[in-house]
Design a protein around this ligand. Sequence first.
Ligand code: IMP
Length: 178
Amino acid sequence: MNQELEVLLSREKIALRVAELADDISRDYREQPPLLICVLKGAVIFMSDLMRLLKIPVEIDFMAVSSYGSATASSGVVRILKDLEQSIQGRDVLIVEDIVDTGLTLNYLRENLASRQPRSLKVVTLLDKPSRRRVSFNPDYCGFAIPDRFVVGYGLDFNEQYRYLPDICVLHNEANSG
Ligand code: IMP
């Protein structure tokens, strides 16, 4: 398949925005440092950059979820592949996600985690594609709203490829010819 990459968000632009998000989060959570929950695998790079810029003593945990269906289209069925190692009852929890697309994954995840009775539950996403939403979902913190293009890099993949790229790039190929 003929694939071409076009930089949408440079590493410099990402770094500036992640620092701004870290300032906002440090300010909002200064009285109650949160447990950061990284949604594997896509949010790994975002969370590791973000947490090092926070000025509050956070703890971290990881979850892995998968939606059935094709690589680029969410089916809405979410399966937990890896769960948290600890109870979040009474904790201030901040879910760290790479991208909100249809909103189905985070909608499910937020409901699932809310049922475990955290003290508070918020979401930070690096990227948001609001035009693709199928359920109403608004992240509490968002790095960039982007157009309806399939992007890779900075943790985001296409068939497990391209996660290592330092920039966020639009992937042009036969399946995503836009
Ligand atoms: P949602 O349930 O449709 O909001 O899907 C969210 C998940 O779909 C993300 O966590 C990504 O794994 C994947 N995804 C959606 N859009 C993209 C994209 O442009 N590039 C890479 N992965 C994406």
